[in-house]
Design a protein around this ligand. Structure first.
Ligand code: TRP
Length: 338
């Protein structure tokens, strides 16, 4: 292992975060976590459990606490090596909240008003449209910019937030010189969009309350039941067609992601067999895909001392990097040095 890296060989930085506001799903794994594992050799990766972001919507205290730990255990169980990757909890690194305030003074009211996630959430939580919901994107910009991030792996729905982050960085750099690296969204192609099993035109979302969601820690019998109930169509052919057959196509996408088979192979495998056999086979493939992850996560969750050590080391590494940027920002703005 090289112990000194010259600037020319410096790896690019990747940052991403997931809110502990719901349990991780099969969609989180195939669309995000699994891809993160492959990035750790080539990049310096930071993966954050963004608890500060989670509280824009009310969270029961006991749940947010246990979800943070469980999410960390699941990150590791999915194969993210805590030595090669910096895994940490956002509220453990105060620089996130500090830079967020600064950036909010370089973000326009109009820009925040145009964010589609804000408009969506404001409609869904009409009784609690708090200021945090509105300034959420400045905290996300702080997350990204603190680490001089080059690439931000996110789903399509977060692209607008990364664009805004770039606008904020540009504005700040325009006034004070090159303080922030310009980040880019990094949207994976394979497995990017796993849809709900019951409403296949909607993303499988961890905040869904319906039964169309499969969670990483679900028991095999629950997974099999969810796949048996998956929505298909009145035809009986296993054929990929997103427009006409969204349910069947989603199941094919999941099966392809779980087994590495091509759509042509899958169509041949189930030719003339009807949907019953197809749905059970996909369910079983997912059970086997998730079994080692659940078992490892359950083992890790019993080892609180180990998890504490991982998030403490992660927060130390992150704090060191974040404070470097924050000091530079404070100096450029004209704050008196401590
Ligand atoms: N807003 C992201 C989501 O809802 C989560 C997030 C917070 C994030 N900070 C981030 C993602 C920084 C990437 C980078 O999914």
């Amino acid at each position: 292992m090289p112990d000194t890296i010259s600037p020319a060989e410096e790896k690019q930085t990747i940052f991403s975060g997931v809110k502990p506001s719901g349990d991780l799903t099969l969609g989180s794994y195939l669309g995000a976590l699994r891809n993160w594992v492959d990035l750790s050799e080539q990049y310096d990766c930071l993966y954050c459990i963004v608890d500060l972001h989670a509280i824009t919507v009310r969270q029961p205290p006991a749940e947010i606490r246990s979800r943070c730990l469980s999410q960390l255990a699941q990150y590791i169980a999915c194969g993210l090596d805590p030595v090669k990757n910096t895994l940490f909890i956002q509220s453990h690194v105060p620089a996130h909240a500090e830079l967020s305030w600064v950036l909010s003074c370089y973000t326009m009211y109009g820009e925040l008003s145009r964010m589609t996630q804000f408009k969506d959430k404001a409609t869904k939580n009409a009784e609690n449209i708090n200021a945090g919901l509105f300034t959420y994107p400045t905290l996300m910009a702080a997350d990204i910019l603190l680490y001089q991030t080059n690439l931000v792996p996110v789903g399509e729905d977060q692209k607008q937030h990364v664009e805004l982050t770039r606008d904020i960085a540009n504005r700040f750099n325009g006034i004070y010189g090159d303080v922030f690296t310009m980040p880019e969204p990094f949207i994976p192609e394979v497995g990017a969009r796993i849809m709900s099993l019951t409403e296949p035109r909607q993303k499988m979302s961890k905040s869904d309350t319906d039964t169309g969601c499969v969670y990483l820690l679900d028991r095999p019998e629950d997974i099999l039941r969810a796949f048996k109930r998956a929505v298909t169509d009145s035809d009986s052919a296993v054929r990929f067609d997103l427009q006409e057959k969204p349910g069947v196509s989603n199941l094919m996408g999941i099966y392809a992601a779980a087994t590495g088979k091509s759509y042509a192979d899958i169509e041949a495998e189930f030719a003339g067999q009807g949907y019953g056999a197809f749905k059970s086979t996909v369910g079983e493939a997912v059970v086997e895909l998730l079994r080692p992850i659940r078992e490892e996560a359950e083992r890790l969750l019993k080892d609180k001392a180990y998890l504490t050590q991982i998030y403490t080391e992660g927060a130390n590494r992150a704090t060191f990097l974040a404070n470097k940027t924050l000091r530079k920002v404070y100096k450029k703005i004209g704050f008196v040095a401590k």
